[in-house]
Design a binder for this molecule. Structure first.
Ligand SMILES: *Cc1c(COP(=O)(O)O)cnc(C)c1O
Length: 395
């Protein structure tokens, strides 16, 4: 269907940070399937682990115990503040699980009846996915247009705005408990690469604690090493009660997850399910990605190359002050902020493609770079050179 405004390029092969189109033209891939291909393309270790798994067992129902799934849950809980994990297949689906969990929490813990209706507070310019509840949680009216009525029970406030959050919470709670959860990205990716503010998040954490409201992080894009820490919440210095993962977790194999602390481990048999979720093949991918992050010391690597990327983007901004306002981001999720006089981000992305560089817009005026975590410093420098050529090509 006509759901994507696609570039007229057919990508047929990849290796590391490079992809090739049908005509044999090579591109430096700073999209990585939008923050998905954590280990780059066609990674030897991932290939081997997945081939071995294919020869053993691909899929069985969640009617049975699945050792790979238990192992991946253990790998996530051992490395995070969480205790239990539910597996699904995508970011939107992980957020759907989180939304259902939040509603059950509102009912069980806060005594909010279905008649009153539990509320979930989310941020403007957020992005939580395209299924009906996830897109309702997304605080961007352009994604709602044409699809009303939206799923009820979401209220929005400006990201990083403590006063606005406090007053929305007070208004929602004026006549008693109504708010089940606050759902936030630690760094807003799609909405324009806006990093979370520590003081704001500390206050949100405090208020959620006071009211027994769940604080849920959507780490679908920033999680699994992209920030330079394993999880985005580490950079903010607080722990959420639950978080969602997807994109980078499977390194290109679809997998999503909702992880929770024990106190909000509310799902019971029959509450939620997924046919494909957490099958042996997808979980093998997740296990391999997490193992390789450790084995190759990729967190330290992301900190290093993330700093190189930030400083290269800084140089670009300084050389072109009329076109570039600056850059934002953590680790290998960085955005080049274009000035109001510059061409719009989609035009820059198209010009970059013509230069042999894949990048992706975030909002109208930000060019987002989310390369494989394995990218080398010289490849980062090359990417920023190509981005500069793209900007100059637009005159
Ligand atoms: C991409 C993304 C989603 C949606 O993930 P899908 O796998 O496309 O459903 C949700 N939240 C965030 C923060 C994302 O970046």
């Amino acid at each position: 269907m006509d759901t994507y405004a696609r570039f007229p390029v057919e990508l047929v092969r990849g290796k590391g940070v490079w992809v090739w189109d049908r005509n044999g033209r090579r591109y430096l891939d700073c999209v990585a399937g939008i923050a998905v291909c954590t280990l780059g393309h066609s990674d030897g270790r991932l290939r081997k682990a997945l081939s071995r798994q294919l020869g053993k067992l691909q899929h069985v129902s969640n009617l049975y115990r699945i050792p790979e799934q238990q192992e991946l849950a253990a790998a996530i809980t051992a490395r995070s503040c969480f205790d239990r994990v539910f597996f699904c297949n995508s970011g939107a689906e992980a957020n759907e699980a989180a939304i259902k969990l939040a509603r059950k929490h509102g009912n069980l813990v806060r005594g909010i009846s279905d008649a009153e209706g539990p509320l979930i507070l989310t941020a403007e310019a957020s992005f939580h996915g395209r299924t009906l509840a996830a897109v309702s949680a997304t605080g961007q009216p352009k994604y709602h247009q044409g699809f009303t009525p939206m799923v009820q029970g979401f209220r929005y406030f400006p990201y990083n705005d403590t006063a606005a959050f406090e007053s929305l919470l007070a208004a929602c709670e004026a006549e008693g408990p109504r708010v089940a959860a606050v759902l936030l990205e630690p760094l807003q990716g799609e909405g324009g690469v806006h990093p979370g503010d520590r003081a704001f998040f500390a206050r949100v954490r405090q208020l959620c604690d006071e009211h027994q409201i769940l604080l849920i992080f959507d780490e679908v894009q920033i999680g699994v090493g992209r920030s330079g820490a394993l999880w985005g919440y580490e950079t903010l210095g607080i722990e959420p009660d639950a978080f969602t993962l997807a994109k980078g977790l499977g390194g290109g194999i679809p997998i999503g997850a909702l992880a929770v602390k024990r106190h909000c481990d509310h799902f019971r048999p029959g509450d939620h399910a997924s046919t494909f979720g957490g099958n042996p093949f997808a979980c093998r991918a997740g296990l391999t990605v997490l193992a390789e992050l450790g084995r190759r010391q990729l967190l330290a690597h992301v900190q290093l190359v993330g700093a190189v990327l930030a400083s290269e983007l800084d140089g670009l901004a300084q050389r072109h002050p009329t076109l570039v306002d600056g850059h934002r981001g953590w680790g290998l999720l960085q955005g080049l902020v274009l000035s109001p006089e510059a061409p719009a981000a989609p035009a820059v992305v198209k010009a970059a493609l013509e230069q042999g560089l894949l990048v992706v817009p975030a909002g109208t005026n930000v060019v987002r770079l989310v390369p494989p975590l394995t990218i080398k410093p010289r490849q980062i420098r090359r990417a920023v050179q190509l981005l500069e050529q793209a900007l100059l090509s637009l005159g």
